[in-house]
Every structure is written in C-alpha cells, then in structure tokens.
Design a binder for this molecule. Structure first.
Ligand code: PAF
Length: 286
C-alpha cells in the first residue's frame, strides 16, 4: 500500500491507477471499523485498484460538535487499510485540502438536505458534499463506496453525482453490526458499557418495526410511532427523529418494502444514527 500525503502525488498516483483499469474509492474520516473495512472489501472485489482517504473534514462539523474530540488513529487505520487491500491511502492535511484562497463549496438546495440530519445539523451536508466533490476530483474513481448506515448521506451524494454529471458509480454497502446489533460507528468509541442499553434501543426499535411490517402493518405513521416510542424510552427522551422514508426522503402514508426506517438519538456524548430497509431480515442479535 502506498501512503500519499501530498495533493499532487495523490492526483498523479490515482490518475495512473485509473489509467490501468477500474479504480474504487472509499472516503472515510478514519477511526476505522468493520463497516469501513466492508467498503474496502467490496471495492477490492469489484475494482482493479482501491484508493481510500482519511480526512476529518472540518466543514461538516457544526461549531458545537465533536470535531476536536473525533477519534483519530492514523497508524492503526493505515495498518487496517493495508491488510484489507487498499492500494493507495490518501492522508491529506487540512492545508492541502483547503489551501489559502479556497473559496468554492457545494450546496445542495431543497428537501434532501433540509430534513432529518440536515434539519438537526444545518450546513452538515454542504460540508460533506464539498469534501466528497473535492476528493472525487483528486481521486477520479470509477466507483465510490459508501455505507448505508449514513442513509441520507448516500441519497444526497447520489443526487450530487446525478446533478453534476460526475462519471462515478455509487455503491451503497449494508450496515455492519456488532454481535448485539449495535451499528458500527466511529462514535461508538464515546459509549461506555453503562450507555450500551440505551444505544441498543435503536436496533431494538428497528427490529420491532420490521417485525410489525412482516406481520402486515402498512401504516407508515404507526411504524414511525413504534420506532419513536421505543427509542424515546430507551434513551430517556433523547430522540432526534424517527421516520419511515422513501428513496427521496419523502414520508409515505403507506409503508412498502424498500422504504427505510430512519432513527437518530443522543446517548451520553454520542449522537447515534441507524436505519433499516423494510422487508429485509434484521437480527436476531445476541
Ligand atoms: O461518512 C463519512 O465518514 C464522511 O461523511 C465522508 C463521506 C468521509 C466525508 O467526510
């Protein structure tokens, strides 16, 4: 694996790899876990070369969010990338990504960035899209791999790729869970054992929603109500949202397979997101 810490050599190495065949790209903010490694494994299986990036992007954190506290361990992450089969690892610093004079950002207007995470974290998706567009420009991948755990992120990135005619295929990889069902997330590092039961209320609620859906419940508001009630109780009222959404993040009246139950809540210092595609198996967990 080659580690690239300068912008120019990153561009040159990625162009060379893209010239030899397909190039898969896994953008990350580091603190890698099995969810990230599943993206690399998929890219490795599907592409001739694999690039990954680690960059904790200041633009996507709000002023009172956890940018400074966000877990960072580049040496461990580099070793995990190497073992998982990454060919090119971009470790660009802030002044390489946003040099003096940097002035252009990506803004996505409308509903997709205004609801759910967008409503809770104003400006978050503009920060995500700006860094993703920039990384796409540096890497020039044929395929980019994103995790379904950040479901809304996959929707807004897909929209940007379509709107800007970027010649990149987006592959969304299923959420990886721990044995008790907790969705893998770098922010799980904030959870002590005492917070585990509250954190697990998210997957417990999604499991119950799927059980009711399989039993024939099709009232989307009723399913969202179940999701909300279980997470409210489990987290002591720290639910941010619980909804059933379609592929355009609309809120249908009638639930259908393929729509997504989305939930976000605060557990101790962590803000946890999870989701489940209706009609697919979920659990049982240990
Ligand atoms: O999902 C993430 O880790 C980040 O939002 C991403 C896509 C790497 C952009 O910083």
């Amino acid at each position: 694996m080659r580690i690239l810490s300068a912008r120019d050599e990153s561009v040159a190495a990625c162009r060379a790899a893209a010239g030899r065949g397909t190039l898969g790209f896994v953008p990350t903010m580091g603190s890698l876990h099995d969810g990230h490694l599943a993206l690399v494994t998929r890219a490795r299986a599907e592409c001739d070369s694999v690039a990954a990036s680690i960059f904790v992007n200041p633009l996507q954190f709000g002023p009172h969010e956890d940018f400074d506290a966000y877990p960072r361990d580049e040496a461990r992450d580099a070793e995990l990338c190497d073992r998982a089969g990454v060919d090119l690892l971009l470790l660009l610093q802030r002044d390489e990504m946003y040099p003096p004079g940097f002035a252009t950002t990506v803004t996505q207007a409308g509903h997709l960035t205004g609801v759910l995470e967008g409503a809770e974290r104003p400006g978050h998706f503009d920060g995500v899209l700006t860094v993703v567009a920039k990384l796409f420009g540096i890497v020039g991948p044929s395929t980019a791999y994103f995790g379904r755990k950040d479901y809304q992120q996959t929707v807004v990135v897909r929209r940007m790729i379509a709107d800007l005619e970027l010649p990149i295929e987006l592959v969304v990889v299923d959420t990886v869970r721990e044995s008790d069902g907790l969705a893998r997330s770098s922010r799980n590092a904030y959870l002590g054992p005492e917070l585990r039961p509250a954190a697990l209320s998210l997957v417990a609620a999604l499991t119950e929603v799927e059980r009711r859906f399989e039993a024939g419940e099709r009232d989307a508001a009723a399913l969202a109500g179940v999701l909300s009630a279980i997470v409210q109780e489990g987290t002591g009222g720290r639910l941010d949202y619980a909804q059933i959404v379609d592929a355009d993040l609309g809120t249908p009246r009638t639930a259908q397979a393929g729509q997504v139950a989305v939930v976000a809540a605060r557990v101790g210092p962590a803000r946890l997101l999870d989701n489940h595609v209706l009609g697919r198996p979920l659990g049982p967990f240990a």
